[in-house]
Ligand binder design. Sequence first.
Ligand code: M6R
Length: 604
Amino acid sequence: MCGIIGFTGNIQAKNIIIDGLERLEYRGYDSAGLALLNNGRINVMKKTGKVADLRKLCENAELSGTCGIGHTRWATHGGVTDVNAHPHRCGQVVLIHNGIIENYKQIISEYGLADKLMSETDSEVVAALLDTLYDGDPIKAIKKTVNVLSGAFALCIMFQDIPGKIFSIRNVSPMVATSCEKGSIIASDLTALIEFSKDYFVVPEYHILTLSKEGIDIIDMKGNEVKPEILSVNWDIASAQKGGYPFFMLKEIYEQPDAIRNTVTPRVSQGLPDFTEDGIDDSIFTDCERICVVACGTAMHAGMVGKHLIESRLRVPVQVEIASEFRYKNPIMDSKTLTIVLSQSGETIDTLEALKLAKSMGSKVLSIVNVKGSTIARESDYVLYTHAGPEIAVASTKAYTVQIAAMYLIAARMGLVRKLIDEKSTKKFIINLINASNIIEETLKSANNIKRVANHIKLAPDAFYIGRGLDYTMSLEAALKLKEISYVHAEAYAAGELKHGTIALIAENVPVIAFATQEDVYGKVISNIREVKARGAYVVLVSMDEKVDDVAICDQHIRIPKLDSEFTTFATSVILQLIAYYTSEAKGLDVDKPRNLAKSVTVE
Ligand code: M6R
């Protein structure tokens, strides 16, 4: 959480920093700020609100300098105020920070820093400590400082008396960097770098970077020079722009057919699933006795779809764990458990720590990650990259469907190598999976119909999603999405469970969206719909057929294409995403930046 950027080069830094912050804003948008170093002075501008507010603030200010840093904040320590916004200045030092300094209180008392502090943040304590330890040698001060810090941090630091240089160091919190003819740039993620170069490196932990217009020097904590591993991105700046859509979320919903194609087709060889290019050893599928899926939020919901599929097709037991709970429950893990970790960002701290725990208990880890070179990817034994391209909207959409597609690929490969499913059936399954892109394209045609549903939901304080089997897992994601971006309180229920309590909440006009796409339980869901309809609910039925009697009991019907039950998930995904999107839009909300949230959750 929090987006940070630093630039030093041959051209003015102000606009580079503000433009970069705009691209990083999805990481946090409580406040934004920048600092520019020029002629032995550092100018700091910062303000609560969005980056657009900072841009306005800077418009008329006399701000020049070719070296600067910027920050967009997701508040952890201290409220959303101007003074708590970054950068923080103390004496000679100005810095920005992403992460959490766990021992900041102890540092304040041990080093007597209280009088130096103006804000309530843990970050300012680092600036105060650095200033206390700084005697003209920045590297020495940084080393001493980070030896004292405990917690996660990505820091970019400028010293007032060192022209044209930005110093940086990190632990856990992500940072990537590159240099090009314009200068050197460092940021929390690639969206801010891509304009400058397609080549970049992941900043190694506990290494000190010195950025100057000539390039980037890296040394380890012992002072040895280090050469980073250069990676390259396979998407361009257009992928990180709205491209004519009003919001990134809508654009990303419409990008799903391509995202699935890009994720699935490179892993199909002669009609069969093939992970050779990913370097994934089949032994992880044959040697395990059970699977443990660990993830958070939407990624966890994708894992639940995988569980349903693997258990029903392969009869291999799969447990799905909320990463933040997994870590503290003393989980039962061993070398016969394959851990599958799902994460769009590859930086979610709860998921990362759960991964480390699983590994330490002897489990092999296969991660499904969207961001190349991210920490989770690097910590895993094997990685299956999803190729969704950058996902900017806080609400995850295309990353979810590609995670589901990746779980289908794993189920197919595992069934094949364990000789549970023959080649012919596997090929048929893969044809259906490749067809997921067409399913999504077809379902997107229902957008206008879905808008009508959203117009009803936007007026409601509460909404319910119900379904059975795979449709229940989709209901969980549907409720999360609706809450997250439209602030309508939503709950997901296994349709048969309503009558055990929750049906008491159903009254006149309460929206109930029923997913009835699973053939084996279709009739049962219809009975459950009748139960809520009898109590006045406003029912939206999502199903394949227009069975006249069933549709007649509903207030709205959203039709999905005719599909095998296992593959309706792709159609349902689009519907649940568009319901949330249009509800949020109809309420006039900032769809891409829902309140209190940030895209990648790097605090526990
Ligand atoms: O980057 P990750 O996939 O690890 O993120 C996990 C969750 O934080 C994320 O899916 C979150 O639930 C989304 N904002 C939901 O739309």
